[in-house]
Design a protein around this ligand. Structure first.
Ligand code: HEC
Ligand code: HEC
Length: 335
């Protein structure tokens, strides 16, 4: 009990200090505009795009990255926890892939260092795509269209998982969402957001949300405890960061989610328990800051959060190369 209280006070002090710093630094905002993606290797990105949409990387031949990170729906699946192979109920909410290149690490507990390391995970995860690296490489190697692509990009027609994840990561790096109304405001277009939205941003700063949700992604750059002032009760999603560090102090620490495009990425929190932004803002106020927002304050903050939606990925749907006669066939139904 004592220990908990001590941590609470420390965490609040950290927020208060940052809060004060924010208020003093009138000339500098703690959120930066999203920069457009710089594509250095267009062929690599194109290959990654195909792989991202290709369900043949799953055992069932039915699930692609886009099944759970739907680029038509803010890079998420909009359900509490994902559905994987054989209709398996996932343990945790799927975060958006949009702007994920800006994250300090990948996954809610940060167990993958970067996008390349992350991309190998779901392919072989029995509850997600349920394939294996060997099988997916074997499948790609049997598809002449892919072999030609790998040859063009890597100078060799040998497919391996390293190349697969490299290409997927390169595509994901292009999934940034610049030009939100808030970014236009940050860059000096004072008419880009309304008075109500600006009032919401001011509350976001003055009450301390910005202590954890800052930087270009408005989050994604630190791990923080969920439930600082009041504990968060959840049976889904594990213990958070302590699973990676082994430290008890990291229990219920999660990567602070990005708030970019947050109006599209419902439901909220690692367990997907908050259905609306109104609810998520209310929980954040009470559990992280010990503050009960009025209806009016809540509506202002929600209005501000809506200004964080940027340009969504916009490209021609990739057409995937056909399987050949020797391509291993999918196994959609397990016993
Ligand atoms: C069955 C649904 C499902 C599929 C298929 C899937 N993912 Fe995910 N993805 C998730 C879930 C759930 C998480 C969060 C897991 C966690 O944090 O423990 C996640 C996390 C991520 C993250 C980390 C984002 C962040 O902010 O931490 C990235 C990036 C990602 N997936 C990309 C991919 C790619 C690339 C593929 C295809 C190779 C893919 N996913 C396939 C459900 C899925
Ligand atoms: C002490 C750090 C901290 C503070 C302060 C904080 N947050 Fe959070 N926020 C988090 C963490 C950590 C999560 C993820 C919690 C989880 O999923 O269990 C989160 C999640 C969210 C989400 C859900 C996003 C998603 O995609 O699931 C929203 C919305 C949000 N915060 C808004 C706010 C607002 C508004 C404030 C101020 C009232 C605020 N936060 C204050 C750390 C913080």
């Amino acid at each position: 009990m004592k220990k908990r209280l001590g941590m609470t006070v420390m965490a609040l002090a950290a927020i208060a200090t940052l809060g004060a710093g924010v208020l003093n630094a009138k000339d500098r905002e703690l959120i930066d505009p999203i920069k457009p993606a710089k594509v250095t290797d267009a062929a690599l990105v194109e290959l990654g795009k195909k792989l991202y949409f290709d369900p043949r990387l799953s055992k069932s031949g039915f699930i692609s990255c886009n099944s759970c990170h739907n680029l038509s729906m803010g890079g998420t699946d909009n359900i509490k926890t994902s559905i994987g192979h054989n209709w398996t109920k996932g343990p945790i909410n799927a975060p958006t892939v949009l702007n994920s290149s800006l994250n300090v690490a990948q996954f809610w507990d940060g167990r993958a260092a970067d996008l390349k390391e992350q991309a190998g995970g779901p392919i072989a995860n029995p509850g997600e795509m349920a394939s294996s690296h060997t099988l997916s490489v074997h499948i790609l190697q049997s598809i002449p269209g892919y072999v030609a692509d790998f040859k063009k990009v890597f100078g060799s027609d040998k497919v391996d998982i390293d190349k697969v994840t490299k290409a997927i990561a390169a595509f994901e790096e292009t999934l940034v969402t610049p030009n939100s109304r808030f970014d236009k405001w940050l860059k000096g277009d004072k008419k880009a957001i309304t008075e109500q939205e600006l009032a919401g941003y001011n509350l976001f700063k003055s009450t301390g949300c910005i202590a954890c949700h800052n930087g270009p992604a408005v989050g994604g750059n630190t791990f923080q405890k969920m439930g600082i002032v009041e504990p968060y009760k959840s049976t889904t999603g594990g213990d958070g960061r302590s699973a990676v560090t082994g430290k008890d102090a990291d229990r219920f620490n999660y990567k602070v989610p990005t708030l970019r495009n947050v109006e599209l990425t419902y439901p909220y929190f690692h367990d997907g328990e908050a259905a609306t932004l109104k609810e998520a803002v209310d929980v954040m106020g009470r559990l992280q800051l010990g503050r009960k927002f009025t209806e009016d304050e809540n509506a202002k903050i929600v209005a501000f959060l809506h200004t964080l939606t940027g340009d969504q990925p916009n490209f021609k749907l990739p057409i995937l190369p056909a399987s050949s006669d020797i391509t291993p066939r999918p196994s959609p139904f397990d016993k």
